[in-house]
Ligand binder design. Structure first.
Ligand code: ADE
Length: 238
């Protein structure tokens, strides 16, 4: 999979050299390219923002550098230097649609993703409108809270997606039983050795060796947790 990230803070993506993502890149499973939006500015101060039309607090990202950055991606697509004609463009923003595990699974099937990381009050809406005429675009939110910019959200979405790529995980079975998996429940609590730690015991059933009863106990724990913490996940029709 190819992933392009456009940002004014390329260093935010540095963790992608670590751990499993780093290995995936070395093995050629992930082709990650980070672009500095300021490369597409031509004034002395490399300005990427300006005051909002209509007034109000904060600054808005100017459309021109974004247009050029996206032109570069489209040019790579039409020259055949990329795995598709256009990327699917993801724009992290608190006003986007809520990102979910189902989205991660869907995006893991795409050959080419690009992320437009906004800062300040956001990107001039015409960039999103113009891009939507040329490539699929999704504005996505991580949840009902506000980050300083799209970079941390892009990192989170990228990690959620690439860990689903075939061959990414050492042990793909660990994907089978996790929160937000097929059964729609939060994961049950987990324990390891020692069996007694600081007066806290591992639930004895887990030491019983009775796989049927262990599976039933885990399911009941998952239902209990989901009922207490995320009743919205159990609601009908969701
Ligand atoms: N950028 C700023 N806040 C965000 C959020 N909650 N989700 C995605 N992108 C964001």
């Amino acid at each position: 999979m190819r992933i392009d990230v456009v940002t004014i803070f390329p260093d935010y993506l540095a963790p992608m050299a670590l751990s499993l993502p780093g290995k995936a890149r070395q093995r050629g499973l992930l082709d990650l390219r980070v672009h500095d939006l300021r490369e597409y500015t031509y004034d002395r101060h490399r300005t990427v923002d300006d005051t909002p039309y209509g007034g109000g607090a904060g600054m808005v990202m100017r459309p021109e550098p974004w247009g050029e950055a996206l032109d570069g991606l489209l040019a790579a697509g039409s020259a055949g230097d990329a795995p598709a004609a256009t990327p699917r463009l993801l724009v992290p923003t608190p006003s986007g649609r809520r990102f979910s595990q189902a989205d991660a699974a869907r995006l893991a099937g795409e050959p080419w993703l690009a992320f437009a990381c906004g800062r300040y009050e956001g990107i001039d809406q015409r960039v999103i409108d113009w891009a939507s005429e040329r490539m699929p675009v999704e504005e996505v939110s991580l949840g009902d809270f506000v980050l300083n910019g799209g970079e941390v959200a892009a990192l989170a979405v990228i990690e959620a997606v690439i860990r689903l790529l075939p061959g990414f995980m050492g042990n793909p079975e660990s994907l089978a039983e996790e929160s937000h998996g097929a059964d729609g429940l939060l994961e049950y609590p987990v324990y390891t050795k020692p069996a007694l730690w600081r007066d806290h015991e591992v639930p004895p059933i887990l030491l019983s060796g009775d796989h049927g009863r262990i599976a039933a106990w885990r399911r009941q724990q998952a239902v209990e947790r989901t009922t207490q913490r995320r009743p919205d996940l159990l609601a009908d029709g969701d």
